[in-house]
Write a protein that binds this ligand. Structure first.
Ligand code: GLV
Length: 310
């Protein structure tokens, strides 16, 4: 029995500091590609592994993602259908993403993004802003991350609304569900925070039609995946002034290519996919807890649902 670590070589030192002291009974950890015997591997901890590799371990019991998203696993057609794929839900990552979202909500609400530009021009002008309780923040996707983002934003005084495909009840968040209620949800928001997972249903979901349902002058924050937004449509809505500004942390192609118009668009704030980085210091506990549960025959959390795509 052994654990495979394949994080594409990224941050292995931190994982190798945390995992050995948490894993039971000196379970060996093999760092890809140094694998003495493929038959030993029972659990694979991976991010962006080479496609096809996981099908070569005959005794693999489960694959655990080293990041919140699992597209890197969903796209690997060689994975046996009955092999459990476990997503990573690290409360520390969800909290970081919530802090990032709160930062941009405050930024847009209090016009800091405009004051930053004014400083460059040495221009002194103040703008009124509504009380936080009247500033409506909408959370698109109320899963493990969206629900934490919604709570953090709400605890800091903002009026918080949420939408998900299925009905969700979250304290202090006015929730909407299903495509029928999407327009009602979007039409009064001051800012929308996209927390949806990328699936075949959500790809290009935030297109021109979607954005035109949002209020004139509202803001968009994306902490999820770039492919949920139709870039050209967002650029048009920004140019028209329908969307006042966007804070984008994830893109279809990363790193964002030099010639991508988002880099230089005056109403776009680009961050390099940093809103919820995975750190071994907290994530290793979550992963080892799931391995221990699987070893005891219990379910690991949360299991990737191949039908739903998240
Ligand atoms: C980062 O985007 C992740 O999926 O963990």
């Amino acid at each position: 029995m052994a654990v495979l670590l394949n994080n594409n070589g990224y941050g292995n030192q931190a994982w190798m500091e945390e995992l050995p002291r948490l894993l039971p009974n000196d379970l060996p950890i093999y760092e890809y590609p140094d694998i003495p015997d493929k038959e030993d591997i029972t659990y694979a901890l991976v991010w962006d592994h080479p496609k096809g590799d996981l099908a070569t371990y005959p005794n693999l019991k489960a694959v655990l993602s080293l990041g919140a998203g699992v597209e890197h696993l969903a796209e690997d057609n060689s994975l046996p259908d009955n092999l459990p794929i476990i997503r990573l839900v690290d409360p520390a990552v969800a909290d970081d993403m919530a802090m990032h979202s709160l930062y941009w909500c405050m930024n847009f609400h209090r016009h800091y993004h405009i004051y930053q530009e004014q400083q460059i021009k040495k221009h002194w002008e103040r703008y009124p802003c509504k009380p936080a309780e009247d500033f409506k923040v909408g959370i698109l996707g109320l899963g493990n991350i969206g629900s934490v983002v919604g709570q953090k934003v709400g605890q800091n005084g903002y009026q918080t609304l949420g939408w998900d495909l299925s009905r969700k009840t979250i304290q202090d968040i006015e929730t909407y569900h299903g495509l029928d209620q999407l327009t009602d949800f979007l039409e009064n928001l001051d800012v929308l925070v996209n927390c949806l997972p990328l699936t075949s249903d959500t790809t290009n979901m935030i297109d021109g039609n979607f954005l035109s349902k949002m209020k004139q002058g509202s803001f968009l924050i994306n902490i999820s995946r770039g492919a949920i937004i139709k870039d050209q449509d967002l650029l048009s809505k920004l140019d028209e002034g329908h969307i006042a500004a966007a804070a984008l942390d994830a893109f279809i192609e990363e790193p964002l290519p030099n010639d991508n118009p988002f880099w230089s668009h005056p109403k776009v704030h680009v961050t390099p996919h940093m809103s919820g980085a995975t750190y071994a210091r907290s994530a290793a506990k979550v992963l080892v807890n799931n391995i221990n549960r699987l070893e005891k025959g219990k379910a690991a959390f949360p299991l990737y649902d191949r039908q739903k795509g998240f």
